[in-house]
Structures are given as C-alpha cells and as structure tokens.
Design a protein around this ligand. Structure first.
Ligand SMILES: C[S@@+](CC[C@H](N)C(=O)[O-])C[C@H]1O[C@@H](n2cnc3c(N)ncnc32)[C@H](O)[C@@H]1O
Length: 331
C-alpha cells in the first residue's frame, strides 16, 4: 500500500519528516518524540483517531505539553501520552497552532523603519498580536564581525530584548518607527488577558527554547499595557475594511509572518491582488514558496531550506530565520 493511502503510514511519514526537517537542530526533545512516533505503530494509531489536519506533530506535542507532558525520552512520552490521551485529543480538537513569536519583529523592523511614517500597522494572521508592538521592544543586532547595535523605544529600554544575528547590508535604523495606529485580523484571535490563551501560546514554544518563552511572557505584559484590536475573521474578507479604518495621514503597512502557508493557492493569490490594489505598503515574511508572486522574483539561494523570505511587495529583500533569530539582507 502506498503511504498516501495508508493512514498509519502517512502519520509515520509526517512525524519522520517533522523530525528530520523541522525539529532537527531546533528541539532534541521533539526530534526524539517525532522519530519515536514514526517508529511506533501503537502511538501512531492513537494519533490517527484525530482528523487528518489535527495529526500535525506540532499540535499533538504542544497539546501534550499544555497538559503537562515532561521533557523526556520517547519511551516515557509514549507512556504519558497513552495515559493522557483524552485530554490531549480534546485540546487538539479545540486548538490550532497559533505560535505568536515577537522575535519576528527583529526581522521586520529594518523594513518597517525604511517606510516613511507615521505608520498605521495592520497584521493579518496576528494570533495574540505580539508582533504588532515593534516600537515597544528593544533590539540587539549582532553582525558577523561581532559588532552589536542596540535599539530601544523612545520611552527607554523595553523588558523585551530581541536578539538577531545579521549578515549582509542590513539597514538597521537609528530609531524605532513612529506607529500611530495598529490593529490585527485573525481567524481565532488569542487574548493576552486570558490566562488559558497565554498558557497555550507558552505550550506552542518548543521545550528547549527558554529565551523565546521569556520573550513571550515579557511581550504579553507589554501587550496587556497597550490593548490592540484584533478583528475576528478571514484575512481576505476583513483586510479592506480594516485598511479603510486607518487614520488619514499615516502610511498603512499590511504585514504578515508565518500565515499565508495556511491559505490555499487561490486565497493567497487573492490576497496578493488585494495588496497590489489597495493604497498600502505590503511586507511579508513567509516560507520561500508560500507567496508565488515573491517566489517568482527570488534569485538568491538561502543557507537553510527552512529560511523565510522577507519581501517588500513582491520584491524579496532578505532571508530570515523563522523565529526571527537571524536576518540575511540581500544586496
Ligand atoms: C503561526 S501563527 C503566526 C502568528 C503571528 N503572525 C506570528 O508570526 O507570531 C498563524 C496565524 O494565522 C492565523 N490564520 C491562518 N489563516 C488565516 C486566515 N485565513 N485569516 C486570518 N488569520 C488566519 C491563525 O489563526 C494563526 O493565529
């Protein structure tokens, strides 16, 4: 039987690929768990009780962590999962992978700061909106030669300090952009004031990434102090109306990171066409093949196949590490 028609083989393949492509070098724990599931028909059969889209390794592992699965070897995890399957299953059915990574502001910032302000920011696929506060975080950019550039909000250093390694001619600004208005759109907005939502965001962070967990917690405090509206709905349905609400006199920037991969090709093309039609600046930070209009213009080759492409309109301007840890500016 071909893997594509064998549900169990498909789950094994998905977990093996997750181990080799996504988790390797990023999370030793998730790499081991995913390899373990791939080689364990009993646990794969448990996961196969979920609908296909919910068998996603990142979702099953995050739901497990949400319910207290300890960092462990695979043998202990498989025993834990069997004992807690009802809870994990229920969470997989009601939750989605909505990782909100404020670190991505570090790769967006040079592009944002190059746009004449003041800025009105609209993030589509905002999750809890933590990337809507780029002017309220501090940044530490470290170049390949060891040179460090720090940037702080006008009011002084932020409790959120985002580290980013840079290569290429990154146009690091002298100051943070002047943001006068901000709003988001999400199919399922998460609420920074809801402890269960914050606990879910925490569980979505991979086990070894303590620095990302600390940034999340600090960014949640920043966001709680400055509430932002996140409209509930599909980005294609909502974006035009939200753009129309932006204040006159501000440059409207519509941006998204790690979002369009959730759309089918037609919805992605529709969104790109809307961005070309509306009076906005469009910044995207997505996987290399996710935005066809950007991929068509991509000439450079990234160092890592997992790198995202930062684009201004349809023009690729940088490769970025998916969590914002590194930025390679294209000449
Ligand atoms: C992986 S999260 C990224 C969140 C945030 N952009 C970041 O980089 O931290 C993707 C988000 O996109 C949202 N999303 C997916 N498809 C969407 C759609 N069609 N319209 C609006 N939001 C969508 C999901 O609900 C989720 O919160």
């Amino acid at each position: 039987m071909r893997a594509s028609t064998d549900p169990q083989a498909a789950t094994a393949d998905r977990y093996r690929q997750f181990a080799e492509v996504e988790a390797r070098g990023m999370s030793a724990c998730y790499e081991e768990w995913a390899r373990g599931v791939a080689d364990d028909p009993v646990t794969a059969a448990l996961i196969d009780r979920l609908p296909g889209p919910k068998r996603q390794p990142n979702l099953v592992f995050s739901a497990s962590r949400f319910h207290g699965a300890p960092v462990s070897d695979y043998a202990a995890f498989s025993v834990w999962l069997a004992a807690h399957w009802a809870d994990v299953e229920a969470t997989c059915l009601t939750h989605a992978t909505q990782t909100n990574e404020p670190g991505r502001c570090a790769v967006l910032l040079p592009a944002l700061a190059a746009i004449p302000g003041p800025l009105a920011l609209i993030e589509v696929g905002a999750s809890a909106g933590l990337c809507l506060h780029p002017d309220r975080y501090s940044y530490r950019y470290t170049a390949a030669d060891g040179t460090v550039r720090m940037l702080h909000p006008a009011a002084g250093p932020s409790p959120v300090v985002l580290d980013c390694a840079t290569t290429g001619p990154v146009p690091i600004p002298d100051r943070l952009p002047d943001v006068v208005w901000r709003a988001g759109i999400d199919l399922n907005p998460l609420d920074v004031n809801d402890e269960a939502d914050v606990a879910w965001l925490d569980a979505l962070i991979w086990p070894e990434h303590a620095d990302r967990r600390a940034s999340l917690r600090a960014a949640v405090e920043v966001a709680r102090a400055e509430p932002v509206e996140i409209v509930s709905g599909d980005l294609n349905e909502q974006v035009e109306a939200l753009v129309a609400r932006a204040p006159t006199g501000a440059t409207v920037v519509v941006f998204h990171t790690a979002v369009l991969a959730y759309l089918d090709e037609e919805a992605t093309r529709r969104f790109a066409a809307t961005m070309a039609r509306l009076p906005v600046r469009w910044l995207s930070n997505e996987g290399q093949s996710v935005v066809p209009a950007v991929a068509e213009n991509l000439r450079a080759v990234p160092t890592a196949s997992t790198d995202f492409v930062l684009a201004r309109g349809t023009e690729p301007i940088a490769f970025t590490q998916p969590h914002g840890r590194a930025l390679h500016w294209l000449a």
